[in-house]
Design a protein. Structure first.
Length: 109
């Protein structure tokens, strides 16, 4: 076997191995990007919750903070917790049109 034929014989498995390695590297990179994106989204959600809770700690009768938490949890797909915060907003200001409208919507369920 000549050097030239040996190189041809070896080059195919090396090429296939190289292609597989690149594919695995791409898969790993995509996985890392998804993990970072999920962590970023989780951090943003915690920041929003902390923002509204800080406002409530500063002023427990601040209706809009309870509305903010209610909308947040509704958006996140947790309507039971959203109802709790909406009820608190309603107890603080039952005459507010936004609160009345949102409260009447959940009361009909």
């Amino acid at each position: 076997m000549t050097l030239e034929s040996a190189l041809k014989y070896l080059s195919k498995p090396l090429f296939v191995g190289f292609v597989i390695a690149i594919g695995l590297l791409n898969f790993y990179t995509i996985h890392l990007i998804k993990l970072r994106r999920a962590q970023t989204e989780k951090n943003i959600k915690h920041q929003e919750i902390n923002f509204w809770n800080d406002l409530i700690r500063q002023n427990s009768t601040y209706r809009d903070a309870y509305l903010g938490l209610s909308y947040f949890y509704q958006k996140e797909g947790d309507p039971e917790i959203a109802k709790i915060y909406l009820k608190k907003a309603y107890m603080i200001d039952p005459n507010n049109e936004e609160v009345k409208g949102a409260y009447s919507e959940i009361s009909s369920f």
